[in-house]
Design a protein around this ligand. Sequence first.
Ligand code: SF4
Ligand code: SF4
Length: 489
Amino acid sequence: MGESPSLRSAGRSVFAIPEQRPKNPFRSEVHHPKRWICRRLTDSVLPVGNYLKGLDYSIVQQCMHCGLCLPTCPTYDATKRESASPRGRIALMRAIADDRLEVTRAFGEEMYFCLGCLACMTACPAGVDYAHLFEMARAEVERRRVLSSPKRNFVRWALIRWLFAKRARLRFFGRLLWLYQKLGLQTFVRRSGILRFAPKPLRELEPLTPTILDRFTPMGYRTPAAARDAPRTRRVGVLAGCVQDLVFADVNCDTAFVLEQNGCEVTIPKGQECCGSLHGHNGEWELAKQFARKNLDAFDVDALDAIVINAAGCGSHLRHYDRLLAGDPVYGERAKTWSRKVRDIQEYLVEIGFRPPRGRKREAKIRLAYHEACHLVHGQKITGPPRIILQALPAYEFLELPESSWCCGSAGVYNITQPEMSAELLRRKVAHIASTGASVLATSNPGCLIQVAAGLRAHGIEVRVAHPVTLLAEAYRAEKNDSPNPPVI
Ligand code: SF4
Ligand code: SF4
């Protein structure tokens, strides 16, 4: 969050000494009203010791500076700055862990300029755990408050600590958005050009507003008793997510449906909250732990065969609950079981040998391309299962998308905090999608679904964007009437 180096700042050194402002000798920093507000907004979770120094040193020194990750890094590709590359960032983190460098504002900006796309991890021959380093570096940036400002602190508090802290608040916000759309206000705002007069952040955010569905995920859902009488070999808990629940509750329903079609008994436990990935990726390590504990309480981890998630960003984070809660006397052991059982829906379907949908082969198939969400391909190393599922759909012709694993610029809240770089990446993605001539684009992360759909809309390209599980659910539903044309929303 906050200001960070833009493409315009290419060439600026991260070693720059932060600007020194003359201080009023008569006014204590502690009692400065601005400082006081900053502290009130950031102190709700007390930070622990230096996160980078606290890391296992074998992680810090893993990088051998070979540079093989550089061509895969979107921020290095855009700026050609060493400090905006994985190798450069790791060197900075190590210098801080070694006490050779202070955590400065410039360091903080560099950490937030990183997309967290983890493409560097896929490329790295030494197996550097960049995901962990990156999270610890951002946590350290927040602990040292080097990017602190009343505006930034307020936005972080409102978004990360308040809105995403409770499902009920997020749903209330969702209902307001739903009303905004249902009452035709969104159409009016977009057509009237009134947005020209709105503040810049609002102007940039409004086009990204996704359509809010009439219903949220049915929390507490359990496969009906009648269906449970049929042979069900596996018990699966579904994590509904937060953005997924707010915007793509239909994908959660489709997930439950395809699992039931494949002999699973499904539960969507009440009491679950956001997985905590937003918090973990944005320097709120302690808050991320609190969410992990809540979810461990909500799920009967021992009784389930798998905990399934359909959002790539969440899945990548959920797998590391064991690391997050390592040493926790109450939750540590359960977190290990959790991490062993977490599966991405596509991975799980292929693992249990999902039933390919029946259907008449069409002569003129719908062209379908697949964009790989960063936290699925790089964060979880899942590349085959989505392709296996998509290629099993009788109505579609599967096409490989050029640069399918290159980030689309969504990256959590990156499209809000770094709109310039995000827009550049989105333009690149949209051009590739257009080059395939596809009518449908499949992708497995809510952020990507929203970002790519907005990009296509902005360029006037008519391509439907959908989760692979939705396409599979439609194919199963179409079996009943053996329709060669699955419903296209
Ligand atoms: S996570 Fe992505 S943006 Fe960040 S250093 Fe790695 S490749 Fe570059
Ligand atoms: S590929 Fe791995 S070892 Fe090589 S410079 Fe990048 S992070 Fe370091």
